[in-house]
Ligand binder design. Structure first.
Ligand code: SF4
Length: 303
């Protein structure tokens, strides 16, 4: 929804980035969408031609990549790179687009923007580059901005400032935000709704605060427990064991079953569907609705 943030979390390899690249139809060579719908303001974008999709991507959907050095072209100035989408998609002439680039650099809190606009990416710090690449993404006023692990390459203090900036930009523009991360701490702070992904599927979806304080899926509980500060006991302390298996060898049934402390015989046989629970959240787990009532979440568990 406009002004809202969906936080998409999961370990590396859970399919967060590929899901968002699918929304933008920017999948890498060899990958293709074989089914389903991508509904954007009620329209299935999979029905659009490549030309129509290009316009949508340039104006109404934007994306911030995790590595700003890779996202920005080293041979063009920052100003040119922010101005280009405005010239191509918003119909501004270059002079007006460069003026707007200066405003956008100011908006992302880059000091002396009229000078910085002439800088090349290598002349800026990592934090500054990430803010400049955000300026390029929000320039055409997108309805939806996808930020893919935007703080990965930043140090801790810069990360916090950058996230605050992203929130401010969202409040100013009213855009919807999809915030992808493997780290639960910022996602709770940033998001209204959290979606937890495991091996390419959503396993839990619901209110951000509630999901972090009372996780429903055993995998979410493990992520919350792993992110809980030392000295604090999480609501459902399940240690995370093993690694995400290869997407080419997805386990049968619930793909989390080889790592799940609560796995039952049905778990390796049937894929659980993503279904609503009593409080209106969604979870994909055979423990619901009945088995979960028998579980004492405080009891020590064997993994
Ligand atoms: Fe664990 Fe079974 Fe639920 Fe999967 S469906 S998370 S294996 S209890």
């Amino acid at each position: 929804m406009p002004g809202e943030t969906l936080g998409l979390v999961g370990e590396s390899g859970s399919g967060k980035t590929i899901t968002c690249l699918s929304l933008l139809r920017l999948l890498p060579r060899g990958a293709r969408i074989v089914g389903g719908k991508v509904l954007f303001n009620g329209q299935n974008t999979l029905d659009l031609s490549e030309k129509e999709m290009e316009r949508l991507r340039g104006i109404r959907m934007g994306m911030i990549l995790q590595n700003s050095m890779a996202a920005l072209d080293p041979v063009f100035s920052i100003g040119t790179q922010i101005a280009e989408p405005l010239v191509v998609h918003s119909g501004l002439n270059w002079r007006a687009a460069i003026e707007r680039s200066i405003d956008l650099l100011r908006m992302v809190k880059i000091t002396a923007p009229h000078l910085r606009v002439r800088n090349y990416p290598h002349e800026m710090s990592g934090g500054m580059r990430q803010r400049a690449s955000s300026a390029a993404s929000i320039g055409p006023h997108p309805d939806l901005l996808i930020a893919d692990e935007p703080t990965t390459a930043l140090d801790v203090t810069t990360q916090r400032q950058y996230l605050e900036l992203l929130k401010e930009l969202q409040q100013e523009t009213g855009m919807a935000l999809i915030f992808i991360t493997h780290d639960l701490a910022p996602v709770e702070h940033m998001s209204h709704v959290i979606g937890v992904m495991y091996l390419g599927k959503l396993v839990e979806l619901g209110d951000a605060e509630l999901t972090c304080s009372e996780p429903q899926h055993p995998y979410t509980a493990s992520l919350v427990a792993a992110a809980t500060p030392p000295g604090t006991t999480p609501a459902w302390p399940i240690p995370i064991v093993g690694e995400v298996p290869s997407a080419l060898e997805t386990p049968s049934g619930c793909s989390f079953h080889p790592r799940c402390a609560y796995a039952m015989p049905i778990c390796s046989q049937e894929v659980p569907s993503l279904a609503p629970t009593e409080d209106g959240r969604m979870v994909s787990c055979h423990l619901y609705p009945d088995e979960i009532k028998k579980i004492d979440k405080r009891a020590p568990i064997q993994v």
